[in-house]
Design a binder for this molecule. Sequence first.
Ligand SMILES: Nc1nc2c(ncn2[C@@H]2O[C@H](COP(=O)(O)OP(=O)(O)OP(=O)(O)O)[C@@H](O)[C@H]2O)c(=O)[nH]1
Ligand SMILES: [Mg+2]
Ligand SMILES: [Zn+2]
Length: 314
Amino acid sequence: MSPEFLEGQVLYGINNIYTVEVDGRDLQCRIKGKVLKLEENAYNPIAAGDFVRLQADPHSEDVGWIVERKPRTSTLVRWNKKRNAVQVLAANAEILVCVSSTQSPPFRPRFIDRVLVSSDQMQPLIVVNKSDLDMEAESRQRLRNYRKIGYRVIMTSALTGRGVAGLRRRIRGKTAVFFGQSGVGKSTLLNRMFPGLDLAVGTISAKYDRGSHTTSFASLIRAAGDFRIIDTPGIRELEIAGVEARDLAFYFPELVPIARHCSYPSCRHVDEPDCAVRQAVEQGRVHPDRYESYLRILEDVEGFARAFPRSTYA
Ligand SMILES: Nc1nc2c(ncn2[C@@H]2O[C@H](COP(=O)(O)OP(=O)(O)OP(=O)(O)O)[C@@H](O)[C@H]2O)c(=O)[nH]1
Ligand SMILES: [Mg+2]
Ligand SMILES: [Zn+2]
């Protein structure tokens, strides 16, 4: 008798045991032996949000064996420096909620720029939480620039509830991944949005003004009213993986129409002659901070390409 095959979505994985939602039931699953070809350079072969095919266990209806991962429609990835591997933080989400804070931890637009480059095929939404606290004029100016170049920005406060209903409306009926530095209030926001969720919330270190890495693994959460959310652990630094240097400018929407006018067809917008992007920066048409982010990320991805000519996580 051939074993029964099922399909489901991975909610989370801890120590190589994956909780998979199959027709509304949660199964405890492992990857079946050598059947699932593990990708080279991959830190985790399976991420929260992945769709998988599995075999039912003949002895227990709560157990399954993952035999295949379905192709991903979207990914949020980073380069895990410590493990020297590509890490998929979440898969198959339609919306990327990039959560930052007005302060405590400080507003870090450079980090946001990296987040915006790290997701593929997700619709980005910039959330600035802790709007009950003041924000520096320079940070507000950066927010205006994000809006100007086409990003949607929502101000929220998990404390007062400001903006929370609006955020809920935006993510209803879709799968949304919440991502950002530790301590910006991702889990607090989710608790505010979905009373009863009771996600663990951390403290902000007074000494370092940063979060305490409270959420420790990504998990897909289902909430009443047709919500599917992936809460993720905050990270300190975001190293880019899997973006080709020659494609990087496409991840900066304001550069796309400008880069077309560069003299060199393969212009990197660094030191090439007649570079339209550099001219635009000099003339103030592109925010200098955004260009600086572009340059720093370019350095990263060129280094990455040298180390790993072909990444294989897609
Ligand atoms: N003033 C203020 N504090 C907030 C707000 N939202 C969250 N906090 C506080 O920020 C701290 C960190 O919140 P968390 O929800 O744990 O942050 P997180 O982004 O989930 O952090 P990690 O799980 O470590 O990635 C807690 O002390 C919260 O009470 C807010 O809107 N305003
Ligand atoms: Mg958290
Ligand atoms: Zn150029």
